[in-house]
Each structure stands twice: as structure tokens, then as C-alpha cells.
Design a protein around this ligand. Structure first.
Ligand code: PEP
Length: 252
């Protein structure tokens, strides 16, 4: 089964509305000849409506970096799935390691957020990854197993048809360190076999598994060339349209 690669930019807490629109417009222009790759940017919440308006008629899709699992209510500072949907958001990043680390997100809250996203027709990007200590202690696969099993607990096959998984070793995020080819290959194979074991062969074959962690124009081609790697989740290098386009066009 062929899977269209997805190259997603996570802009984290960078850019004001005007800066975000400027980068999005530039990227859209640079992407005009891009084919067979889905391109996504996830700006800060506040920039989403402006960026979405500036990307009408563009191939670039809009993602959010988080959501809250309740539908509505007295949850000061939170954003719900239907608010995102109404703002033309298509994908939502869930369980990024920075959210797990600084905002105490757990596999249980991640699971509830995935449910909220799916119920609203948003495509979830489930982020998982081991810390440096977990890798050093030989607990990489144990950690990933738990994050996937608990994060996807209780879902039916139909619900997960648009699921994307992003494998992001925590020690590689924003550090300039990248997992080596063998490490990425092993993990992606492991994740695909987990999907087969937990759900089905078809779901395993159709689910895109992205790599994230210091992806740059210089290493994109090697990383994207690995079997079972179906794209990238890019932080730092996605903030600059000139850099990001060279990741998007990795196969040129
Ligand atoms: C990320 O934030 O998901 C990420 C991978 O960041 P960076 O590319 O900067 O390592």
C-alpha cells in the first residue's frame, strides 16, 4: 500500500500573526510545484485563522499543536476540537514531548485528546518517543509500547483510519542530534508491527509513521529514504520557509 509522505512543521511558540502569515505565504509560493507530498504547518493557535485565510487556494494544510478533550465549558485557556475544526484545521498534534514534559500530559490524557480529535473529524498526529535515559537503560521499546498501547486504547479500526504517528526521540528534539538510520528503521518497523498486532494488517499498512528530531535539509533525504518512514515532523527548521522547502523537496 502506498502512503503519501507527510511533511509537517511544528511552529511551537514562535511567530506573531503577521510573521506567521509572511512565512506561510512564502512557503506556499515555494510549494507551488510540490507533488506527491502532503505539506502541513502547525502555527500557534492565535495565528491559525490568519494563516488559514492566507492559505486559501494553497496546497498547504493547517494543523494545531494541541487541543483540550472536553467539548466546551469552564476550562480557562483551553481550545476545543470543534473550535479547531471551525478554523479550517485538518490535523492536530497530540502528546508532543514538550507537552508531556512541561504540561504533564499523560498517555491517558493523550488518549482522550485523540478521541476528541477523531470525534470532530480532525486527523490526530500522535507523538511518542523515548528519553535519553530510557534509551540508555534499554527501555526504548518498552516506552514506545506503552505510549502506543495506552494512547490508542479503546479505539475501533474505523476511528483510526486517519491516524498519523510521529516517532520523536526526546533526546533528538531541538538538540541537533538525530537518531541514526538503524535506530529509526528499528523503531518504525516495531511501530508498524505494533499497529498490526493491536489493530490490523491494513491499518498497519496505511498508517503514516513520521520521524521527528532535528530534521534538517542536510539529513532529510537519508531519513526519508528509510523504509517505513513516511515523512517528518519538523520543529526548528520549519520556521524558515527556505529551509523547510528543502526538507519538503527532499527527494529532488
Ligand atoms: C518537534 O518539535 O517536533 C521537533 C522535532 O523539533 P526539532 O525539529 O527542532 O528537533
Amino acid at each position: 500500500m502506498s502512503r503519501t509522505p507527510l511533511i509537517a512543521g511544528n511552529w511551537k511558540m514562535y511567530k506573531t500573526g503577521l510573521q506567521a502569515v509572511e512565512t506561510a505565504r512564502k512557503l506556499s509560493h515555494l510549494c507551488s510545484d510540490v507533488q506527491n507530498v502532503e505539506v502541513l504547518i502547525a502555527p500557534p493557535f492565535l495565528c491559525i485563522p490568519l494563516v488559514a485565510a492566507s492559505l486559501k487556494n494553497s496546497k498547504i494544510k493547517i494543523g494545531a499543536q494541541n487541543l483540550y478533550f472536553e467539548k466546551q465549558g469552564a476550562y480557562t485557556g483551553e481550545i476545543s476540537a470543534d473550535m479547531l475544526k471551525a478554523a479550517d484545521v485538518e490535523y492536530v498534534i497530540i502528546g508532543h514531548s514538550e507537552r508531556r514534559q512541561y504540561f504533564r500530559e499523560t498517555d491517558t490524557s493523550v488518549c482522550r485528546k485523540i478521541k476528541a480529535a477523531i470525534d470532530e473529524g480532525l486527523k490526530p498526529i500522535l507523538c511518542i518517543g523515548e528519553s535519553e535515559t530510557q534509551r540508555d537503560e534499554g527501555k526504548t521499546f518498552l516506552t514506545l509500547d506503552k505510549q502506543v498501547s495506552d494512547g490508542l486504547k479503546g479505539f475501533g479500526l474505523d476511528e483510526l483510519k486517519d491516524l498519523v504517528i510521529a516517532y520523536e526521540p526526546v533526546w533528538a528534539i531541538g538538540t541537533g542530534k538525530t537518531a541514526n538510520i538503524d535506530q529509526v528503521k528499528q523503531v518504525h518497523q516495531f511501530l508498524r508491527s505494533m499497529l498490526e498486532k493491536l489493530f490490523s494488517k491494513t491499518l498497519a499498512a496505511q498508517t503514516r509513521i513520521l520521524y521527528g528530531g532535528s530534521v534538517k535539509p542536510e539529513n532529510a533525504k537519508d531519513l526519508m529514504g528509510i523504509e517505513d518512514v513516511d515523512g517528518a515532523l519538523v520543529g526548528g527548521a520549519s520556521l524558515d520557509a527556505d529551509k523547510f522547502i528543502n526538507i519538503i523537496k527532499y527527494n529532488k
